[in-house]
Design a protein around this ligand. Structure first.
Ligand code: MG
Ligand code: MG
Length: 254
């Protein structure tokens, strides 16, 4: 539990640089009428041009480079030619990349105007909760401090944190144990140490926390059909505090 992977900080930084740049690029491409397959193709091309390997593609048979999860889809939506982005959509994009044996993983939710005020608020609070979680990724804290902080930020707004899906350690594989739940007590789990890399990823619903997987075997949706948002960063635990490896160049921290 809580292993320190055999990777370098520079290696992890380089893999996550690609992931961050892909999301910055895709953020601008999310517009009404654009198909999610189009976004997927842009992402794959970019990653390969940088010498990286799309980490999701082929993972347990997953067919694409990114996941695109719209509105009541929480995570793991499969890009499709038929799926065109509509005005008012909340589009969550998740991307993973391998570079020289190191993994990057990051996600964001993009809102397409005109957005309902509730959707706007959900996005803002979910993004804030990611930074709240990251702030707890400090040497000496226990792992549970991250999820506790995320949950404490989200719940007062009447939103709920998805419980069946979680963040994870990352390094020389995309998903390393243990999982990082977005809820629960702060005094739970291993103590955080320098050299650990964490993918912290709150998934937040406007309605109930309950989710289900669609018949495609991948797409996770809210059971009550309510909107969901998802933000993720890969970070390094260091002596001088958490370092966000997948920070986008245009990203303003909250
Ligand atoms: Mg991810
Ligand atoms: Mg992840």
């Amino acid at each position: 539990m809580g292993d320190i992977p055999d990777v370098t900080f520079e290696g992890m930084e380089a893999a996550n640089r690609i992931v961050a740049d892909v999301l910055e690029l895709l953020e601008k491409k999310v517009k009404p009428g654009v198909s999610t397959v189009r976004l997927d193709k842009i992402a794959e091309q970019y990653i390969r041009d940088q010498g990286g390997i799309p980490a999701f593609k082929g993972y347990r048979g997953y067919p694409a480079t990114i996941t695109t999860s719209i509105n009541d889809q929480i995570v793991h939506g499969i890009p499709s030619d038929e799926q065109k982005i509509q005005p008012g959509d909340l589009v969550s994009i998740d991307v993973g990349c391998e570079l020289n044996g190191c993994y990057g993983d990051s996600a964001l939710t993009v809102g397409v105007e005109p957005l309902e005020p509730a959707a706007q608020k959900l996005m803002k609070i979910t993004r804030e909760s990611l930074y709240k979680g990251i702030a707890k990724a400090r040497v000496g804290n226990r792992l549970g401090a991250i999820g506790a902080s995320i949950e404490a930020h989200v719940v007062p707004y009447g939103f709920s944190v998805v419980k069946e899906w979680a963040g994870h350690f990352i390094g020389d594989e995309m998903h390393l144990d243990p999982q990082i739940p977005n809820y629960g007590p702060a005094d739970w789990g291993p103590e955080l140490e320098p050299g650990m890399y964490l993918a912290i990823e709150p998934m937040v619903n406007i309605g109930s926390y309950k989710s289900e997987v669609l018949a495609d075997g991948w797409t996770v949706v809210t059971k009550d059909g309510s909107l969901s948002a998802h933000f993720e960063h890969s970070i390094a635990v260091t002596e001088s505090g958490p370092k966000i490896l997948s920070r986008r160049k245009n990203e303003v921290l909250m």
